[in-house]
Design a protein. Structure first.
Length: 159
């Protein structure tokens, strides 16, 4: 069955209206900003958007216009498909979270290294103190001498 010029004109109007809605971001639930959803929203068979047996499809020029406009919007940073925008946002969030995780891992490793050095230094100092105490109690350490107690001086008031 052949379509009349009036039927074709009405179908093109429905396609253009659906195209504008999709490109504004009015994507139906479960749909995408693609030819399949465009055909469904316009109420036409999507095979009309593709060539068949060497002949262009009756709506192929509209499919090309839709694809071109969608690509321009995407290049401009305006993504009409909410799922695509969500995917892009989630990918950026994953990159950010991985970077933060790497920074935290580095910080944790630096703190663990610092802790290990501090414990080692404290242990070495403790051993040195214990050794000095032992030598002092034995009286065998020549470098340790008791300092004389400071003398008490009395001051006579202001002169």
């Amino acid at each position: 069955m052949r379509t009349s010029d009036d039927q074709r004109r009405q179908a093109e109007e429905r396609i253009r209206a659906a195209m504008d809605r999709l490109l504004r971001g009015e994507v139906p639930p479960g749909g995408r900003c693609d030819i399949k959803t465009l055909a469904t929203q316009a109420g036409v068979n999507r095979t009309g958007f593709y060539p068949k047996e060497g002949r262009p499809g009756p709506f192929q020029h509209l499919a090309e216009e839709f694809t071109r406009r969608r690509d321009l919007l995407q290049q401009a940073g305006t993504i009409p498909d909410p799922r695509e925008a969500q995917i892009t946002r989630l990918k950026e969030e994953i990159i950010s979270l991985r970077r933060r995780l790497d920074e935290r891992d580095t910080e944790v490793q630096e703190l663990a290294d610092f802790r290990q050095r501090a414990i080692s230094q404290l242990a070495a100092q403790h051993l040195e103190i214990e050794s000095l105490r032992q030598q002092l109690s034995n009286g065998s350490h020549p470098q340790v001498t008791h300092l004389p107690r400071p003398r008490r001086t009395t001051t006579l008031g202001p002169c």
